[in-house]
Design a protein around this ligand. Structure first.
Ligand SMILES: Nc1nc2c([nH]c(=O)n2[C@H]2C[C@H](O)[C@@H](COP(=O)(O)OP(=O)(O)OP(=O)(O)O)O2)c(=O)[nH]1
Length: 175
C-alpha cells in the first residue's frame, strides 16, 4: 500500500468558491499525460502535510504557506480488491512564487468551471468539484484489471461528504 498526497493551489478565493485552480500535466510516472494536482508519494518520516508542500515545491516551484494548507479529502484507491493507494488531498489558497515547468510537471491555471475532466483520472469528476467548493469528502474507489492502476478500469465508488477528516498518516505514527 502506498500513501500519497495531492495539493490544489487556488486563486481568486474572495468568494465562497475559488475562481481558478492550478493543475499539472503529469509528464512521467503514474497518470502520465493526464491533468492532476501536484503531489506524490510520502517519503520516510514525512507527514502528509510535509509531503504535499514538498511535492508542490518540487513539481511546480510554488512554496505553499503551511497555515493555508487545508485537508479536503481522504481517498482510498483499490486495485483488484486490494488497497493500492491512500491519498490525502489538500486545498491551498496562499503560496509564494510563480508556477514553473519541471521534468515532472507542466503547470496550468484552470477556471473551476472548465476543469478538463476528460483528461484526468475517471473518478476525479466525482469528488474534485466538491473539494474545490470547500467541502470535505472521504472516498473509496475500485479499479479492476491492473496493474498498473492507471490502465485499470474504474468500476465502483463510495463517497461520504462533509465528514470530519483527520490530518495524520493512515499508517505511520507521526501525523
Ligand atoms: N486525481 C487523482 N490522483 C490519483 C488517482 N490515483 C492516484 O494514485 N492518484 C495520485 C496519487 C499520487 O499523487 C499520484 C501518483 O503518485 P506519484 O506521482 O508519486 O507516482 P509516480 O509513479 O510518478 O511516482 P514516483 O516514481 O515519481 O515516486 O497520483 C486518482 O484516481 N485521481
Amino acid at each position: 500500500m502506498t500513501e500519497a498526497t495531492l495539493c490544489f493551489p487556488l486563486r481568486g478565493t474572495d468568494g465562497v468558491t475559488p475562481e481558478e485552480v492550478l493543475l499539472i500535466e503529469k509528464r512521467r510516472g503514474l497518470g502520465e499525460g493526464w491533468y492532476n494536482g501536484p503531489g506524490g508519494k510520502l517519503e520516510a518520516e514525512e507527514t502528509p502535510r510535509e509531503c504535499a508542500i514538498r511535492e508542490t515545491r518540487e513539481e511546480v516551484g510554488l512554496e505553499v504557506d503551511p497555515a493555508a494548507l487545508e485537508k479536503a479529502a481522504e481517498l482510498t484507491f483499490r486495485l483488484d480488491g486490494d488497497v493500492h493507494t491512500v491519498c490525502h488531498v489538500y486545498r491551498a489558497d496562499r503560496f509564494e512564487g510563480e508556477p514553473v515547468t519541471t521534468p515532472e510537471a507542466r503547470p496550468e491555471w484552470f477556471s473551476v468551471e472548465e476543469i478538463p475532466y476528460d483528461q484526468m483520472w475517471d473518478d476525479d469528476r466525482l469528488w474534485l468539484p466538491g473539494v474545490l467548493s470547500g467541502r470535505t469528502v472521504v472516498g473509496e474507489f475500485a479499479f479492476e484489471g491492473g496493474p498498473p492502476l492507471d490502465e485499470a478500469d474504474f468500476v465502483d465508488h463510495d463517497l461520504g461528504w462533509d465528514v470530519p477528516i483527520t490530518d495524520g498518516s493512515t499508517t505511520r505514527s507521526r501525523g
